[in-house]
Ligand binder design. Sequence first.
Ligand SMILES: Nc1nc2c(ncn2[C@@H]2O[C@@H]3COP(=O)(O)O[C@H]4[C@@H](O)[C@H](n5cnc6c(=O)[nH]c(N)nc65)O[C@@H]4COP(=O)(O)O[C@H]3[C@H]2O)c(=O)[nH]1
Length: 513
Amino acid sequence: MKGKIKNILIIFLTFLPCVVILELFHTGFVFSLDRQAKHHAIEVVKEIDSILDYGEESNKQALNLISNDHSCSKVYAEIRTIVARIPYVRTTNLAHDDKVYCTSLWGPRELHYDSMKYISGKLRLMPGSEVEVKYPLIVVRTKIGKNVALSGIDGRYIKQLFSKQKSNPFVISLAIGDAWLTDNNKFTYNNPNKLFLAVQRAKSKTYPFTVYSGFNSSSSWLAFWQGELFYILVILLAQILFSIFCWWQLNRPRPLYLELERAIRKKEFVPYAQPIVDAITKETIGIEILMRWKHPFQGIVRPDLFIPQAEDSGLIIPMTDLLLKETAKQLREYKHDLPTPFHVGVNISPQHCKSSILLDECKVFIDEVSNHNVILVLELTERGALEVSEFTRGLFYDLKMLGCKIAIDDFGTGHSSLVNLQEINLDYLKIDRVFVKNIGVDCTSEHLIESTVELAKRLSLRIIAEGVETEAQAEYLKKQGIENLQGFLFAKPIPLGEFLQNYNQNISVIDSD
Ligand SMILES: Nc1nc2c(ncn2[C@@H]2O[C@@H]3COP(=O)(O)O[C@H]4[C@@H](O)[C@H](n5cnc6c(=O)[nH]c(N)nc65)O[C@@H]4COP(=O)(O)O[C@H]3[C@H]2O)c(=O)[nH]1
């Protein structure tokens, strides 16, 4: 579960910057699209202006030819020459009032035209002409007095202009009044830009038309993906490498020593409690405190995975201190609900007995619990040899004066010699679970238990048998005169807080009964 959380955390922490970077990049991309579209529209306006200028030029030259009698036959040939000479112009017509009377195409001809359809009196976009019905035409109108010249410019020239830069991703359209000329030379009254992105417009200062430029894509993200694929892939690749790096950093095995130091700083060592019961009544007379490492990613770590290293490095001392303080804090809350006396066994490593720190820590514990009925039992583990010196003798004397009791843990498996037992002035022997496990299976273990009981009687020591898992074991141990039992038969170790809460509730139920 914790591993899952770590992986989610890694994914979140590494992909979040990726999302942020892509979003920023995308915003920049859209911004640059707007800029490019605007620039493109302005450029196209300039070019259309220059094409329309030819229409205007043709109009001016034709107007210069007009005579007072408005005769077409006199000027017709010259108008044709003007049209032939001036680029882009397909036809130039002369009109008076609202009547066309001379065309470059057919010569004298009477036609009505509607000047109101010319935007600002200057420009009109038509769907087609008499000659080319299907091809839109832009007509430039020039008026001097009552004389008018009209020059038609083929929409195909504009189309060519739109598609001049094929590599350009923008789609161009031209609006004159409410008529539109699309990029593929289609005349329409519907705005063709609705489907495009980043649509920008530029107005001509000379003629009444507007050019629209938009990006041909249905979504800005799609356009971004298509336009910047290479950079997006580079960002994604960098992100994947970064994720792998983070994952490696978080998962690489750090020296256990450093991890333990960090865990002490973070107070990750917590007390679990396993009850010790009276062999006859089966009532709880106390608990053994067992250390657990509440690792942020690995969850609850068993002590045999870190205690040996903690003992070798000496870190077991601050770890035990942390455990004692936390235990005292939690016990204090429930001190009135505990049975009298209440046995609290705490594992102490041999190196802890080499300085008087232990005495100070026990004093702090007793003060914190502030309940004289709570008996602190120091269980000396047999993993390392306990060297009994002048100093340790003094230390144990002081500890006993303080009210602590001393037990030898895992008796029979380790280094304790009988001499030590005499010198330390012990209170308890804890029979290791390997012997209890073999009750009824192996006579040697039973003989060992019987000899331990004999020895304990002679030295006036109490015995606690660990690792009791079956009723038969409990019965056998009781018959041997062992006073206290501990094991999964009664309860497994659970967090101290939980144990105290359960215990308190059970007491309340019994009281109310
Ligand atoms: N199979 C089985 N096991 C049972 C049964 N009843 C109890 N146990 C386990 O036996 C161990 C008893 O503690 P220990 O002999 O002091 O042995 C402890 C003790 O030597 C050491 N340890 C635990 N906490 C501390 C600590 O705070 N300081 C030091 N120095 N050592 C500690 O780690 C050892 C292992 O502790 P745990 O894993 O908690 O294992 C505990 C407990 O969970 C049972 O019926 N069946």
